[in-house]
Write a protein that binds this ligand. Structure first.
Ligand SMILES: Cc1ncc(COP(=O)(O)O)c(C=O)c1O
Length: 496
């Protein structure tokens, strides 16, 4: 069975009821109303977990209960199906009947704002990624740096040093909303050398990763109904952040030169904001060409639009020096640059930064102060030391060569099983393209059975893709793990 039902009927989440019970009720209602027909095959537990953004245990528990009660039938090795014949007593239950009849109008439900509902029902990031309690991901989950290679001892030494050194009286009170000045100075120096970004520390605001920056920009720049261009396929959490301000999302296709500017202009010539990942497009990995960069900046000036440049993993490039950031070409104050330490150090650090055109700085600082006052002090001070003492550059150099080796292993192993990959020159993952018409969700399920986790490109797209692909992350996995994972992927592909 395809995932159409689950896409059309997303699970609306109530924080007071265990998730598996909510999924159980959701499926039970769908079976009783005939939305899931007798004999229909359900997605595998892992595939459904990915689709609904819940843990696999949640799906497993819900399936087990429904099987035990006769709504579903599980056939070993063959999947889970809606029962062919539903026992009469299930259909006769008065409580159930009521739930089915009122399934869309429950009076006691919490009432959320329209913007929150838009965010709550937005497509969400896949979570085949393990929960923090489960530890590290399985190949080929993407987007996590090589955490095992992070210099924890050094980091804890700096942490202790800073904890002792910070003057209690001044460092323990409220701080500037823009963030710790020595950190902003260190970032300004780093981005100038590595990304060609010209800025003063005053233009920088420390935020909680890219996500914090997107949220802040959305609050300050988007009115309800404003058109906002996003890359399609693209980063789901950016889309969801803009929905929180009521943006009208305009999907703009991506080709081998990156965002197709003409398509954006044709669809919404007066867009208020453009969000893009020009160095290494997420998820396809292409780089925005120089011609498109200048044309985009020209258009933004004429349209009085802002460009949000998400430079989330541009530090990783393997074959040649990358193009400087888009911000480096901007002479009209159109580009807001967002950087993050999630991919270069570790995501739990939750430190990123906005680099703003000067006229925007004061307003961004003020609103940032209203959201969460300022970022935590200690981590900022440690990070400033990490950069200023040269550890950051050393770590980056080490990671670049580690990832280059892993990337080469992935490409070699993919060649052996005839996977079609057009490897980007940067980033932490590659995209493999699948034969036309392949049931990608079934492949995700088969891959999960083989012990590997893949995410389909289609999960990140708004408009249907001519051809689907899968993301293959390599940064977190050793060469042997990659080779073994590729053998498993070959078995999954064969099965589908
Ligand atoms: C396109 C893109 N931007 C940013 C991030 C990182 O965001 P954050 O800094 O909020 O961790 C990711 C992580 O996967 C991403 O894919």
């Amino acid at each position: 069975m395809k995932d159409d039902f689950f896409r059309a009927n997303p699970l609306s989440v109530d924080p007071d009821i265990p998730l598996y019970q909510q999924l159980y009720s959701h499926l039970q209602t769908a079976v009783l109303t005939g939305n899931l027909k007798p004999g229909m095959r359900l997605p595998s537990t892992r595939a459904l977990a990915i689709l609904l953004n819940v843990s696999r245990h949640t799906v497993l528990n819900a399936y087990q209960q429904l099987i035990a009660e006769g709504y579903l039938a599980g056939m070993v090795g063959n999947g889970t199906f809606v029962a062919q014949i539903l026992p009469d007593h299930l259909l006769a239950s008065p409580q159930l009947k009521e739930r089915v009849e009122t399934s869309s109008a429950e009076p006691d439900k919490p009432r959320f704002s329209d913007q929150a509902i838009l965010q709550l029902t937005a497509p969400r990031i896949l979570t085949a990624a393990p929960s923090p309690a489960e530890g590290l991901p399985r190949p080929f989950w993407f987007g996590i740096p090589a955490l095992k290679s992070f210099p924890y001892k050094l980091w804890s030494r700096l942490l202790i040093r800073q904890a002792r050194r910070l003057p209690a009286a001044s460092a323990f009170t409220y701080q500037y909303a823009a963030g710790f000045l020595p950190l902003r100075e260190a970032i300004a120096a780093h981005v100038m050398v590595s990304r060609g970004v010209h800025c003063t520390p005053e233009q920088i605001i420390i935020v909680s990763g890219v996500q914090g920056g997107l949220d802040l920009a959305a609050r300050l720049l988007i009115n309800s109904g404003d058109p906002v261009w996003v890359e399609d396929p693209g980063y789901l959490k950016a889309r969801a952040a803009f929905l929180g301000s009521g943006a009208k999302i305009i999907p703009v296709p991506v080709d081998h030169e990156g965002l197709v500017l003409e398509a954006g202009i044709a669809r919404a010539p007066q867009a208020r904001l453009v969000y893009l990942t020009p160095s290494h497009q997420f998820p396809l990995g292409v780089t925005l060409s120089l011609a498109r960069r200048t044309a985009l900046l020209d258009w933004a000036r004429r349209a009085d639009a802002y460009i949000l440049e998400d430079d989330y993993d541009s530090e990783y490039h393997y074959t040649r020096r990358p193009l400087p950031a888009l911000q480096a070409l901007d002479h009209d104050g159109r580009v807001i640059y967002i950087g993050t330490f999630s991919k270069v150090l570790f995501p739990a650090l939750r430190i990123g930064y906005l680099i703003l055109p000067p006229p925007l700085v004061e307003a961004f600082r003020t609103v940032r102060n209203l959201i969460d006052t300022h970022p935590p002090m200690l981590e900022q001070a440690v990070l400033a030391d990490f950069i200023v003492d040269g550890h950051f550059t050393r770590h980056l150099r080490k990671m670049r060569s580690l990832y280059a080796e892993r990337r080469a292993a992935l490409l070699e192993a993919a060649r052996e099983i005839n996977l079609e990959i057009h490897p980007p020159e940067a980033g932490l993952h590659c995209v493999a393209w699948l034969p036309e018409g392949m049931d990608t969700l079934a492949l995700v399920g088969e891959a999960a059975i083989q012990g590997i986790d893949i995410a389909p490109v289609s999960h990140f797209s708004i408009e249907p893709l001519a051809r689907d692909g899968i993301l293959l992350g390599y940064s977190e996995y050793g060469v042997e793990q990659i080779q073994d994972g590729m053998r498993r992927l070959a078995i999954a592909l064969e099965a589908v």
